[in-house]
Design a protein around this ligand. Structure first.
Ligand code: SAH
Length: 394
């Protein structure tokens, strides 16, 4: 008998874990034997006492985040192996170079590390825990990363203040776990941008749009570009490098607009082609008739939960319909959804409805997704969240 608490599943509730899905929902649990508190490692069994997996426990809807489906000790070797696999994969993807030092090192379930996100910005790792279990071992993980990555890693910043779910007595102040750095400029495919770790959203930048931004660059030549929901301006400076005629960046957050201006200035000092506006997207889209021939729509996740799915789909429909109605003839739309609960199929149908409403002839040029450093665990469809379409509008 192990010294871990035993989580026993209800009869029939073992199917998904047998297919390697890493989440155990509260409704699947029959009982828990032994003492358990948030962040503890627990063992999961079916109701016939067969071992199914080992993972971190937390109260809430997802009660266990599975870390291994075989009976392994979560010792130093276990964690080191996981981090090593994540690092080896990133090295093999060919995206770390002189001109690109921005990538996701650990993508939670996509790396078998449910509850942990690590993004790299010019040698600085920004670590974000979504479970107390991961947060409690952050120092250990930090030391292992240093051992693994050597000079590729200069500092590690823990940014879990707003992401830990229950915070059972934890006091997660954002802080450096290793090293220290005031350096805040990172590079993505040769373009510079400032990472706002302290106040920025997520880990400070939307690393997941890297390949899609690169594609946008190819379509930007001589176009009048509108970058909606620009945040720190990622798509804008790619469009500028691609030879856009003009680029307008829009975000409702004044802080985001300041950052966008700063980033454009870093790459294209004094370039008059760019302007940025702090206004609501829906308001801005009221009156853009024939002003643009390339529009990017990259809104925040409209649906964070299944119960607001309907409203979210309405939001995507309305947004896309506005763009279809007003884009110039021969225009191109890059449209995205990063809501996990909106499937690729749902998103496409919603965009189809919006297109039909406008009555214009619309063709799909590309179907976009998250990049390889955000790998999708095939047993965990939820780890696929970013969907996009590139559309040609006659
Ligand atoms: N495209 C960005 C990421 C977008 S994140 C990139 O490549 O980095 C979503 C952004 O939408 C946030 O910056 C948020 O401030 C902005 N936002 C949210 N609601 C908005 C609204 N109603 N109108 C305009 N911007 C909005």
């Amino acid at each position: 008998m192990s010294n871990y608490a035993k989580v026993i599943l209800k009869s029939g509730k073992d199917q998904s874990i047998r297919r390697f899905h890493p989440w155990i929902f509260s409704g699947a649990i029959k009982k828990i034997l032994g003492e358990v508190k948030e962040g503890d490692v627990v063992h999961v069994y079916d109701n016939k006492d067969e071992f199914l997996g080992m993972g971190h426990y937390q109260p809430g809807s997802i009660m266990v985040r599975i870390l291994s489906f075989t009976e392994k000790e979560p010792d130093d070797k276990f964690w080191f192996n996981k981090l090593q696999q994540a690092w080896e994969l990133r090295k093999s993807l060919g995206l770390i170079s002189e001109s690109n030092n921005t990538y996701r090192l650990v993508h939670a379930e996509g790396d078998g590390l449910s509850g942990l996100i690590i993004d790299m910005y010019n040698g600085i790792a920004v670590m974000q825990s979504h479970s107390l279990g991961m947060w409690l071992i952050r120092e250990k993980l930090a030391a292992m990363l240093k051992e693994l990555m050597g000079d590729n890693l200069k500092a590690i910043y823990d940014k879990s203040e707003n992401t830990l779910p229950f915070m059972a007595g934890a006091d997660p102040n954002n802080a450096f776990l290793l090293g220290d750095s005031t350096e805040d400029i990172a590079m993505e495919y040769g373009l510079k941008f400032k990472v706002d770790w302290l106040k920025g959203q997520k880990t400070g930048f939307f690393v997941d749009q890297r390949e899609n931004r690169k594609l946008l660059e190819k379509y930007s030549k001589d176009r009048d570009v509108l970058n909606m929901f620009c945040y720190t301006g990622g798509f804008s400076f790619y469009a500028m490098r691609g030879g856009a005629n003009l680029v307008h960046s829009v975000d409702s957050s004044a802080r985001a607009i300041d950052l966008t201006r700063e980033n454009v200035e870093l790459n294209f000092p004094g370039d008059k082609r760019h302007d940025a506006f702090a206004v609501d997207a829906f308001k801005y889209l009221e009156d853009i008739k024939d002003k643009y021939d390339l529009i990017i729509l990259d809104p925040p996740a409209f649906a964070k939960h299944k119960n607001v799915l309907h409203n979210a789909l309405q939001g995507y429909k309305k947004l896309n319909a506005k763009a279809f109605e007003q884009i110039r003839k021969g225009g191109i739309i890059f449209t995205f959804s990063c809501s996990q609960v909106v499937t690729r199929d749902m998103f496409r149908k919603t965009v189809f409805t919006a297109a039909a409403q406008s009555g214009r002839f619309v063709r799909i040029l590309h179907q976009l997704e998250q990049p390889a450093d955000h790998p999708v665990n095939i047993y965990h469809p939820e780890s696929e969240y970013l969907k996009g379409l590139v559309l040609y509008v006659e």
